[in-house]
Design a protein around this ligand. Structure first.
Ligand code: NAD
Length: 485
């Protein structure tokens, strides 16, 4: 087994430098220092990766496998991810800056994706359609072909597994372009998959920036795109896919509401609400960033603020409560929103800037921050801050809670906390979001649950069984016959 972090492109089963020899530095977000350098894919490398995928897609070693054998490779990958959990968690924590225990949870989620879809490989098939005597009609689900996958910086390990496992389960080949800010774990998974018997070229990994992403999204050799990232980039990716008439799954941003009624179980809700917005230093698409709290539930806000004040900050590998943000750019962007909030009269209930601890000065840290007093249409309540920043809004009744909750261009996740079943189900039915959690935040690793956005949070669904449709084509076969008797 290979254990060194891979630093080159993974194309056709081999590590290779970029065609032009370009590289980029990968920084440790906890210190701002260079961890390593990684080959930077450009358009010629994307061409090579797509060519390798196309060849692998049609080769007997992959196309000729029976579904249970395909599934077994995925299950072996799941097992190997678990066997190497420490190494992978440390790599993810170092590269992204996330607390080690969160990185371990990401490793388990990655293993679960391969396990879940490995188990599905021999169970996902077509149907027969009754047409009467002399006709047999059946559908086949064929792999759509080469899937181009572009992922962001915040959950590279999970996102690698989330897109590639279902695509591979159905029999596709994949070209994956990780973010230049977090390329290490996707490369590690690509190598690990080879070790588990995935044929060369079936999963190619080409870290690079927007140029490589655009080259992949618009490549005439791909049959489908799965994009996870910001709305602005998603729009460009969708345009490129449209020009080639290939489908795109878009997993975009969020501004997820957390509705807390006064009758909620605060003990249960409090750690979940805090983890949702402060986990991964707030860099989570589904983070509950708007706390919409019933007017009589001020105690909940007080307890949450007290909880936030106790949270520790530090390098991910020290396993604090909150690690650094991914980059100075991301930290500065989030700080810009804090400045705007202040100048628009927000009350800063806790946090509000960089930590004063000199030991953290060179890292990209922000304190966990709770704001209140901003109108529902303020940019902090409508745009992604993508930092550990929670904004508190108040409601008088369920109708007002819903109005505030839906007052955003996004619709990814949403959370409701109440003991009142009528309020819970009524609100859940009216929230414009792809996922609603009632008295829960995530269930296990959530691999089984369809995930995706309403409104500007995206198109299509990942996770669950729903995502399999994105990686398959339905072919209908209609056969006329004369049995002769
Ligand atoms: P981003 O849009 O800047 O980049 C995402 C990926 O697209 C990166 O790999 C980047 O290199 C690539 N890219 C950039 N320009 C491109 C172009 N013109 N064509 C093709 N690819 C291009 O996003 P980010 O800052 O890396 O990640 C944060 C965003 O991702 C947030 O908006 C967050 O909500 C979103 N996100 C969504 C989900 C989800 O499942 N819905 C999950 C995680 C993150």
């Amino acid at each position: 087994m290979r254990t060194d972090p891979a630093r080159d492109l993974l194309i056709d089963g081999k590590l290779c430098p970029a065609a032009g020899g370009a590289r980029f530095d990968v920084l440790d977000p906890a210190t701002g220092t260079v961890i390593t350098s990684v080959a930077r894919a450009g358009p010629p490398d994307v061409d090579a990766a797509v060519a390798a995928s196309r060849a692998a897609l049609g080769a007997r070693e992959w196309a000729g496998l029976r579904p249970p054998d395909r599934g077994r490779i995925l299950l072996r990958i799941a097992g190997e991810i678990r066997a190497r959990s420490r190494e992978l968690a440390m790599l993810e924590s170092l590269d992204v800056g996330k607390p080690l225990r969160e990185a371990y949870a990401d490793v388990e989620a990655a293993a679960r994706y391969f396990e879940f879809y490995g188990g599905v490989a021999d169970k996902y098939g077509g149907t027969t359609i009754p047409l009467g005597p002399g006709l047999l009609d059946y559908t086949l689900r064929e792999p759509i072909g080469v899937s181009g996958q572009i992922i962001p910086f915040n959950y590279p390990l999970q996102n690698t597994a989330r897109g590639s496992a279902p695509a591979l389960a159905v029999g596709c080949a994949v070209v994956l372009k990780p973010s230049p800010e977090a390329p290490l774990s996707p490369l590690a998974i690509g190598l690990l998959a080879l070790d588990c018997g995935l044929p060369p070229g079936v999963l190619n990994v080409v870290p690079g920036d927007a140029t490589a992403g655009a080259a992949l999204a618009g490549h005439p050799g791909i049959d489908q795109v799965t994009f996870t990232g910001s709305v602005a980039t998603g729009v460009n990716v969708a345009r490129s896919a449209a020009a080639n008439v290939v489908p795109a799954v878009l997993e975009l941003g969020g501004k997820s509401p957390v509705i807390v009624f006064a009758d909620a179980d605060f003990e249960l809700a409090l750690p979940a609400v805090a983890a949702s917005v402060f986990g991964n230093a707030g860099q989570t698409c589904s983070a509950g960033t708007r706390l919409i709290v019933e007017r009589d539930a001020g105690e909940f806000v007080e307890r949450l603020v007290a909880h936030a004040r106790e949270l520790t900050l530090g390098p991910g590998l020290d396993d604090p409560d909150i690690g650094p943000l991914i980059s100075a750019r991301q930290r500065d962007r989030a700080e810009g929103y804090l400045g705007l909030a202040r100048s628009d009269g927000a009350a800063v209930l806790t946090g509000g800037g960089r930590p004063s601890d000199p030991a953290l000065a060179s890292g990209f840290y922000l304190e966990p921050t709770v704001l209140s007093g901003l109108a529902s249409d303020h940019p902090v309540n409508r745009e992604e801050v993508f930092g550990p920043v929670l904004s508190v809004l108040e409601f008088a009744d369920a109708a007002e809670a819903l109005r505030i909750a839906n007052d955003t261009p996004y619709g990814l996740a949403s959370y409701v906390w109440t003991r009142n079943i009528d309020a819970a189900l009524g609100v859940a039915g009216s929230l414009k979001a792809g996922q609603v959690y009632v008295n829960a935040r995530g269930v296990g690793t959530g691999v089984e649950l369809p995930f995706g956005g309403y409104k500007r949070s995206g198109w299509g669904r990942e996770k669950g069984l729903e995502t399999l449709a994105s990686y398959s084509q339905v072919k209908n076969v209609c056969v006329g016959f004369d049995a002769g008797f």
